[in-house]
Design a protein around this ligand. Sequence first.
Ligand code: HEC
Ligand SMILES: [Cu+2]
Length: 476
Amino acid sequence: MSNLIKFFVCLLLVYSCSTKKEETVDLEHSNVELEMVADLTSPPFVPKPTAKRKAKKLIVDMEIVEKEMELADGVNYVFWTFGGTVPGSFIRAKVGDEIMFTLKNHPDNKLPHNIDLHAVNGPGGGAESSFVAPGYEKSFSFKTLNPGLFVYHCATAPVGMHIANGMYGLILVEPEEGLPPVDKEYYIMQGDFYTKGKTGDRGLQPFDMEKAMAEQADYVVFNGHTGSMVGKNAITAKAGETVRLYVGNGGPNLVSSFHVIGEIFDRVHVEGGDLINENVQTTLIPAGGAAIVEFKVNVPGSYVLLDHSVFRAFNKGALAQLQVSGDENLKVFSGELREGIYQPEGGTIQELPSNNEVITPPTAVDLEDQLAYGKQIYMATCFACHQSEGQGIENVFPPLAAADYLNADVDRSIKIVLQGLQGEITVNGSTYNNVMPSQRLSDEEIANVLTYIYHSWDNSKARVTPEMVAKVRAGE
Ligand code: HEC
Ligand SMILES: [Cu+2]
C-alpha cells in the first residue's frame, strides 16, 4: 500500500517537475519569439496577418537578383529584382517592430544596388546604409513608427533606370491591433516599362532611356507581366467573400487610376494611410505610393482590375482578373452574362517573326569580322546605356562617339570594360559621376566591341586585339 502511495507521490513529482520544465521551456520559447524571421511572399500573395502579436525584432533577409524574364508573350526583359520577382517580396510588419534588414546582392549581378523603404524614418529611407556591390551584403535596422502601406525601391543612380527595371515592392506596417480580418488578400503592383523595340516587338528587349525620360511607356503592367493575373493565373474569391487588395505603384513615371470593373470599393485606405474613403469607383495611386482597397464580392463572374487610363489596360498590359466562383445572387445582379467582353486586345502580342539576335562569339579573322561581331556585342551590352550612336545621355552616361576620353588611352578603355568605372570623369568637357558595371565578356569580345567603337562615330580607328585585352587583364 505505502509503496503504491510512494508511487503516486513519485508520479505527482515527476508530473509537476515535467510541467515546470515545460513552463521554463515555454518562457525561453517566448523569449526567442521576441525575435522573428519575417515570412516574405512573392506577388500576388501576402504573408499571414500580424493579428494581435506584440511588436518584435523582425529579421528581413532580401536578395537582389538580376534576371531575364518574360514581360509579355514572346517579349523578354532583363529585370532587376528584390527577391527574384517584380514587384519584390512583400514584407508584413507591425508598428513598433524593430526591423533588422539584410540586403544581399547576388554575386552574378552586374550592378550595385540599395533600398529606400518609405516606411523608414531616417536619411535616404535606408538607401545610404544599404548600398551594396555584387557579391556583398549590408545590414541596417529601423523601427516602424507609422502604420500604413509603403513602397520600397532601389535608389541607386541612375535611379529611374533601377526602378524602370523592376526594383520596387511593398512593405505593410499594420497598426497595433492589426487590420480587421478578411477572406482573401492579394498583392498587386503596377509598373511602366520602356523598351528599345515597339510595344509587342519580340525577343529580348533592352531598356530605353530616352523613352523613359520622355515618359512614353511601351508596357504598363501589374506584377511584372502582361498576363501575370489573367486566365489560369487570375486571382480568385468566392461569392460573399471580402477581398483586400494591397495595391502599389512602382512607376517610375505613371500614376495609376486603379479600378475594378463591376465592383465598388467598400473601403479605401487612401494613399495607404489612415484616411478611409468609402464607396469608391476608382482610386488614384501615385508613383511611389500605394492604397489598400477592400470590397465584398457579391456575385460570381470575372472581374477585371485595370488602370482606367484604358489604352494602358487594353493595349499595354495593365489588366488583371479576379475570378469569383459561387452561387448567383439574382437580387444583386441578374444581367445576361457574356464571356469575353473585356479581354486584352492584344496590342502587345504581334505575330512578328522572332529576330532575337543571338550572340555567338565566333573568332574574328579580319577587321571586317571584328566590326560585325563587335557591333552585335555593342547592341546587346553597351547600347542600353551609351545609346545606339554612342551619343550617351547627358549627365548620366558619357558619349562614346567622338569622345576625347575614349580616344586618349586605349588600355584605359580596355580596363574600364574589364573592371567597370566609378568616380568623376570628364568627357568632351562634361563631367560624369556615375557607375559603369564591369562587363562579363571574353578577351575576344572586348577586342571586337572596342574595335567597333573606335571605328565608329568619328573615333580614332584604333584596333584592339584579344592579346592587348589579355595583357590588361593580367595587369601588365
Ligand atoms: C549600365 C550602364 C552601362 C553599360 C551597360 C556600359 N556602360 Fe560604359 N559607362 C557607363 C557609365 C555610367 C560610365 C561613366 C562612369 C563614371 O562616371 O565614372 C561609363 C564609361 C565608359 C567609358 C569611359 C568614358 C567614355 O565616354 O569614354 C567607356 C570607354 C565605356 N564606358 C565603354 C563601355 C563599353 C564598351 C560597354 C559595353 C561593353 C559599356 N561601356 C557598357 C555606363 C555603362
Ligand atoms: Cu538597383
